[in-house]
Structures are given as structure tokens and as C-alpha cells.
Design a protein around this ligand. Sequence first.
Ligand code: CA2
Length: 160
Amino acid sequence: MEIGSTNWVALFRFRFMKILFLNGPNLNLLGHREPEVYGRTTLTDIEANVRKRAAQLGAGIDFRQSNLEGELVAWIQQAKGEFDVIVLNAAAYTHTSIALRDAIAGVGLPTIEIHLSNVHAREEFRHKSLIAPVCLGQITGFGPNSYILALDASINIKAK
Ligand code: CA2
């Protein structure tokens, strides 16, 4: 129904894009341990920056961290119907977890793999990502800005 130039049906259907940020094991230590590798920014700082940028973009976000593989799997499964995109820093599980890979493939939501460090410039065991083949793309090596880049990329994903 169009009255004047307003498409009321489109307006009624419109809702903010919702993005789920998931963080894997040990990322709760960010800023508190090994600052020479991961810097001094905490995960709480990163979340605050992501929330600020999301507000500017008019997106809704949820930001979570778990040290448990099963909890991450459960959150990915539950994201269907509630979120449009998943941004995942799976931390060490990136290199080991078939369970996370299967969960991403199963949920069918566009998922962006992110890392603070450039995993390809580090130890060889970090070069292999088990989740990369089921993700839309990978953002790696930009420090805390990897999260903002992933948010910007998420906004531009066209709904299928
Ligand atoms: O660069 C990234 O974001 C990583 O996902 C970080 C993971 C690592 O296993 C991946 O290969 C790359 C490690 C997260 C652990 O974070 C810590 C932070 C402070 C102190 C100790 C660990």
C-alpha cells in the first residue's frame, strides 16, 4: 500500500539488522595478559566500540564470550531467526573445531570469521582455519579494528 510516496508495507516489514558477535576461549584475558601479542585493549573496550559504531549504523548487536566449545555451538544454533549475521572470533577453536564448523554450516546464517592478529603471519598451526570454508569471509590482523570492519561488512550483506 502506498500513500503519497511512503511504502507502508516495506516500512512495516523493516527491522534493524541484528548481528551476533561471538568470542572464543581466552579472549576474556585480552588487555590483561600478553599485551605484547594482543595489545592493551580489553574485550569490554572492544564491545563498547562495536556498540558505538552499531548505534551510528542503526544495527542491533549482541556481544558474547565463552571458553566452552559447546556453549559457542549452542549460541550459533540459537541465532537462527534472531540474528542476520554472526561475527565469530573462535580464537583457538578456529584451528581445531569441527563442531563449530558444522554448527556454522548447519545454521545457514552468513558468518564472518575474524581475528585480532594476522593468523597467517604467525605459527603454522594458526594458518589453517577449519571454519573458513563455511564462512563468508575472513578479517584478520587489524587488532580491535577487525571487529569494526566486520560490523561494516555485515551491514552490507544483502539478505537472501
Ligand atoms: O588473533 C586472534 O584474534 C586469535 O583468534 C586469538 C586466539 C588465537 O588462538 C588465534 O590463533 C588468533 C587466542 C586468544 C587468546 O587471547 C589471549 C589474550 C590475552 C592473553 C592470553 C590469550
